[in-house]
Design a protein around this ligand. Sequence first.
Ligand code: UD1
Ligand code: CA
Length: 450
Amino acid sequence: MDSLALILAAGKGTRLQLDGPKVMQLLLDRPLLWYVFRSLRPVFGDNIFCVVGYGREEVETYFTDFYNFVYQQEQRGTGHAVQCAWEQIESSGAEFVVVCNGDTPLVPSSYFQDLLQEVQKNNLDVAFLSIELPDPGNYGRVIRDKSGNVCRIVEAKDLNEGVESKEVNAGVYCFRTVFFKKYLFELKDSNRQQEYYITDLIELAINNGLKVRAINKGYAEELLGINTVKELVRQEELVRKQIVDRFLTQGVLIRFPQSVAIGPEVEIEPGVKIQGPTKIYGQSSLYRGAEIGSYTYISDAQIWGRVHEFSHIVGSVIKTGAQVGPYARLRPGTVIEHKARVGNFVEVKKTVLGKNSKANHLTYLGDSEIGEGVNIGAGTITCNYDGKKKYKTTIEDMAFIGSNTALVAPVSIGKRALIGAGSTITKDVPEGHLAIARAKQFVTKRGLKK
Ligand code: UD1
Ligand code: CA
C-alpha cells in the first residue's frame, strides 16, 4: 500500500446547533460523511480510515460495511485526532497519508488524486489545499513569506493584529508517513483553544527544513466546510444544483429545476419528465416513460409509470402504464403492476396490485396480493392487523369489491367474486360467488314530523 486516507470525523459540531454528530447531518438524503467516502473510494479503495468520537455509535451504525474506524475518546483537536490513528497508519505500511475533514463533503476525487501526485512528483514532505475567500471567517489563514513560500497556518482564533490573509486552509493535506513518525507527537496545545492542531505541522515541517507546499485552488466552493446551518444549506444547494444540471444535460425534463432535489444515488433515464417541486431520494430509478408530478416525495422507488401530484412513494415499484395519485401513499413492498391505477387518498403497503386493477379512492391495502383486473371500491380497507400480528389478504383476478368493504385478514376472495358494498368480510369467498355481509335495511314511517 503506498497511500491511505484518513478522515477526521470525531467532532461534535457545536457551532451547528443540531443534535447528533456533525458528520451525520444530511445533504439531500445522505450524511456528510457518506460524501467524503464517495470521493475517497475511487482513489484509495479500502485504504481509508476514519476517526470518530462524539456520537460514534450513530456513525458506526450507519456505515456498517466500513471497518476502519479509529476512536478518539476526547476531542482535543485535529492534530490529536491524527495521533489517535498513528498505530493504524504505521502498521498499514503506507508511504503517504492524505488527511481530510469529515465536514467538507464535496471535495472531488480528482483533488485527492492531484494532491498525491503533486507530492510524489515534487518529492514534497507535506502539501495541502488552500482556497481564496473574500471573507476568510473562521478558516485557518495561510501565511506566506515575501517570496510566496508558505510559512505556517494561523487559526482564526489565534490571529494577532497585523496578520491577515485571504488564502485559507481547506483542510485537505498529504503527509509523508516518515514525517509523521518524527514529528506528529511534537505538537503542542499552546494556543487559545488548548488543542493540538494538525495545522501546526506545517510550521513544524518548515522549521525542520522540509519541503512544504500549499496548492491554491482559488475560490473553490466545493472545498468549503460545514460548521453552521447556513453553511450546511449552502453546500446542500451546491450539490443539488450539480445533480439537477447533470440530469438536465442528459435530457431529463426537469421543470422549475430550482425546486427539485434529487439524491446522489438516484438514476434517471433521458426522456423522464419531472413536472415541478419534488424530492427524489435513496436508490430510486426512474425509467424512460416515467412522469413525476409536483410536490411528490419519492425514495427507493423504481418507476416506469406516472405519479400524480402530492404523492408519497417509498420502497415501491410502479410499472409501465400504471398511475398513482394525486394524494397517494405507497409504502415499502408495494408493486403497482402494468396499467394498474391507485387514486387519491389511497394507502398501499407491502401489496401487489395486479395488471389493470384499480383502487381509485380512499382505501387501505396492506399485506395483500391482488390479481389482474380487480376493482377495489372506494373506502375498502384490508384489516390486516389484530393488535399483535399482521395477516394476508388475497384477491384473485377480476374480483369486484364494493365500496366501504372491510376485508378482515386472513381472507381470500376468489376470481370474479363480487362483494356487496358495506360488507365486513371475515370468511373466504369462492370463485364466482357473491358475498354480502351487512345489516339489512329497515324502513318504517317513524321519521321526524313536519
Ligand atoms: C479546520 C482547520 C482550519 C481549516 C478548516 C477548513 C484545524 C486546527 N483547523 O478548522 O485551518 O481552515 O478546518 O475547513 O485543523 N475533529 C476531530 N477531532 C477533534 C477535532 C476535530 O476529529 O478533536 C474533526 C471534526 O469532526 C471535523 C474536522 O476535524 O470534521 C475539522 O474540525 P473543525 O472543528 O470543524 O475545524 P475548523 O475550525 O473548521
Ligand atoms: Ca470545520
